[in-house]
Design a binder for this molecule. Sequence first.
Ligand code: SF4
Length: 163
Amino acid sequence: MEKLQEFYAEVDEQSAKLEKIHAERLNCKKGCSACCVDDISVFEIEAENIRKNHAELIENENPHEKGMCAFLDKNDACRIYENRPYVCRTQGLPFRWFDEFENELVEFRDICPLNDEGVLIENLAEEKCWTIGEFEAKLAELQKEFGTDELCRIKLRKLFKKN
Ligand code: SF4
């Protein structure tokens, strides 16, 4: 778990740099839950981190009603913010990633529509975007070290006893 905390610290440091660069366009704030969708899933290492740190919550409290992330509270704030999974730590930033399209590797970009004003994300320098790939690979390595190289994922809602 120590390595996972180090990983989160590195992610937070990198995302904080981008948040500073994009401060004017980012509308992310407590209570905005536009990206807290209901089908988020995590590797066992992140699930275990939540179980360890929020045992009382997942044992005794109700998940948010279906349609949004189970960990939102009634004010649409995250109940596990300090231990939220990797995928939640970069939401709102401009993303870039590569995928195959018509047999070629093509760059794609996306951003939350609430943060889409200002310079077109297609025109941003690559270092001003969060590039998907490197951190995902690091997290997969941590999961393998944690116990299994089966990279199966667990839905966040399933962590609640009353799911
Ligand atoms: S874990 Fe927290 S930040 Fe992540 S989707 Fe759920 S409510 Fe949102």
